[in-house]
Write a protein that binds this ligand. Sequence first.
Ligand code: GLP
Length: 260
Amino acid sequence: MNEAADQIFATLKQSSQSGAPLYLQLRKSIEDAVNRGLIGPGDALPSERDIAIKADISRVTVRKAVQDLVKGGILVQRHGSGTFVAPRMERVEQSLSRLTSFTEDMARRGMAVRSTWLDRGLYAPSPDEMMVLGLPSNELVARVARLRIANDTPLAIERAALSASVLPDPAGIGSSLYAALETTGLRPVRAVQRISAANLGDDDARLLEVPPGIAGLHIERISYLASGKVIEFTRSIYRGDAYDFVAELRLSGPGEEGRP
Ligand code: GLP
């Protein structure tokens, strides 16, 4: 790390004529060093004091730069042991044309999947759930909320709602909702998925082990049986640094909608 530290501060000296505030210059130097691989995931940063002495700037300036990088997810601070380069996420590429389950997606990549339960039970439905699932107000909704973890990295928070007549025992689904639905012949065959950007709130960020406020993806999936009946209404928050959704696009054929 000493060699790397020297390089970081060498860049700082080179850029110090740029006129930008010193903390921004230091932040950029550290960021560049991470991007260029001079310091890698898990490497410890020198102490605030050492950086201040080496770069000849105040500790307050160093702290400000480091805090910014922690907020941005580039560095992590571990209580009592110091500041480190954050572990790099291996991004998951996810096709948008296949209706698969989380368990299947991760198993195909050879990743070990597990989930932590956040909620499971039967409840009076919310207005959204009644509308999407077509539930009368006197029927119950089954809710299954899980933190989905692959290779020990939390990737998503998924909150699924199904009619209680479809899933009378939400606690009994085992490790895969779709596998459980398959056993009763109620696995969805079609789904509409809506993806939007979201900044992670404190609670979601804590569960996903990322700094609050960083970019995430809000995904809503409404799944259908072959009969056209809605079977699942799931709202999820995915880590933005972990997922690339990929869709194949084709020029529409003659007579198809959208042809110029
Ligand atoms: C995906 C979907 C969810 C679906 C889940 C089922 O992650 N986004 O809508 O509920 O798969 O996964 P599993 O069968 O592993 O529980």
